[in-house]
Design a binder for this molecule. Sequence first.
Ligand code: HEM
Length: 365
Amino acid sequence: MPESLGPKVYSWLDERLGLSPILELALKKRVPDHKHSFWYYWGGITLFFFIVMCFTGVLLLLYYRPGDGAYESVQQINTQIKFGWLIRSIHSWSANLMVAAAFVHMFSTFFMKAYRAPREFLWWSGFGLLSLAMVFGFSGYLLPMDDLAYFATKVGLSIPAVMPVVGPWIADLVRGGPDITAYTISRFFALHVVILPALFIPLLLLHLGLVQQHGMSIPESEQQKPEAERKSIPFFPNFVFKDLAVWLVALNVLALLAVAFPWPLGPAADPLAPAPADIHPEWYFMSSFQILKAFGGWFPGVVGEFLGIAFFNAGVVLWALVPLFDPNTKSGQWGRRVTWFGFVVLAVLIVTTIWGYAVLPAVAH
Ligand code: HEM
């Protein structure tokens, strides 16, 4: 390429697309640098897994067939399509790692108090993103229609069904009838590849736009320092290169997991067969599953299920409203109480998840 072509192409594009202001902003932007900076990378890691998930998802779409032949099409991807098993494994692993990274990101922004004014909408949009990511996982779990997917979805959909009045109606609407059939696959497929991306992508753009708008928050320990002592690094190229290095590590972890533990495909679902005794949802639903099971055991009948749902929903609503309870850095007592609330939520999530796995009956598959 002749030497002068680069600047010429740039100024041609700049005239038409207005690139200069964006470039100036990126060059001016700085990112705080302190002993907690490590946690700033987790939103980016979540984003990386989301991008991989989209890319591999599109490749899977080339062969996946929703409806009656769903199981056979996934079998074909796994055994006949070149590298099909790898693409499927990377897709499933990146989906799980994305949810895991989003949890780490959520708790790290929580304990750094990054939800405080004026970042409330960052918290709420993030909360919406994680909720949608979990529905992505739930809807994707059924698509291969193997026995575990079938029975886990059946159990999963029995949870909203216990809600009074609207519960059975919601469950029937999602299933496309009283049972899980090819109609359910079609509905889950539409949710997974059309409705959820249409909601997730604009919300993600809002989330990332708000990060640009407000810049990164500074933890309390740093805020106490005089401004002259606070360190920062340029966003471009320093932070971007560090971010890319972290993405490279994430890619390695993903590749190792996807190759060493290829995503399994069980036998085709048989609605007439008894449900496997160790049936359970994905790990990120295990906590809610176990809380509902525990309440069901303590208070037999519909009362237990209802109390379980009420307890869980109360926790989720309080968690979403955290920015309103702890709006600014001078809130003293409230700030500390909210931090304790975070520890309690984290402990409940971890303990009930471990408890859920510990009480599953051992079954040889
Ligand atoms: C699920 C997909 C998500 C993606 C792709 C994502 C992406 C990002 C990125 C790239 C950043 C800037 C860098 C960083 O702080 O890591 C960020 C910041 C932020 N995110 Fe998320 N995020 C997601 C979910 C969440 C969730 C679940 C929450 C909390 C409920 C959340 C709350 C925040 C907050 C408060 C900030 C500002 C951090 C600060 O100013 O220090 N995000 N997000």
